[in-house]
Design a protein around this ligand. Structure first.
Ligand SMILES: [Zn+2]
Length: 138
């Protein structure tokens, strides 16, 4: 079920979408923890991991695996951090799975310093690059 007041249940900006299927979609974050930060979002409104059906949770992580490869390819990152928040530290009341590129020159603990919002043009470019990289991911 969708929540009419939820930003992710009503998301329409296709320019920053990197992936979509019948169960979820991924977009470039506008409050990124690093460049090319992708947020993977189920189409239906669930709040926490405990609310998600197991098959949907499995689908989200399988999709995150595929997107992680594309994000690494597009961004040149050496690694990926995949995280989600339950209960606290959430800016939206809709479950999200974050795929965040990691670079070898980063300091440990530096992940949670937010990047500047680079704006819609750069976010759309990142989305295009990841969509292109995704075509090469099995
Ligand atoms: Zn929602």
């Amino acid at each position: 079920m969708r929540d009419p007041k939820c930003i992710f249940c009503n998301f329409t900006d296709k320019s920053v979408i990197v992936f979509e299927d019948s169960e979820c979609f991924g977009l470039i974050s506008k409050a990124p923890l690093n460049k090319y930060h992708v947020i993977l979002i189920p189409l239906e409104h669930f709040t926490d991991t405990q609310d998600l059906p197991d098959d949907l949770l499995g689908h989200l992580y399988a999709t995150a695996k595929k997107l992680g490869k594309a994000v690494r390819s597009a961004s040149g990152a050496q690694g990926i951090t995949t995280i989600h928040d339950d209960g606290i530290q959430k800016t939206q009341d809709h479950f999200t799975l974050h795929i965040i590129p990691r670079f070898s020159n980063e300091k440990i603990g530096g992940l949670f310093v937010r990047e500047e919002n680079v704006g819609i043009t750069i976010r759309a470019r990142y989305a295009r690059e990841i969509r292109d990289a995704l075509k090469a991911v099995n």
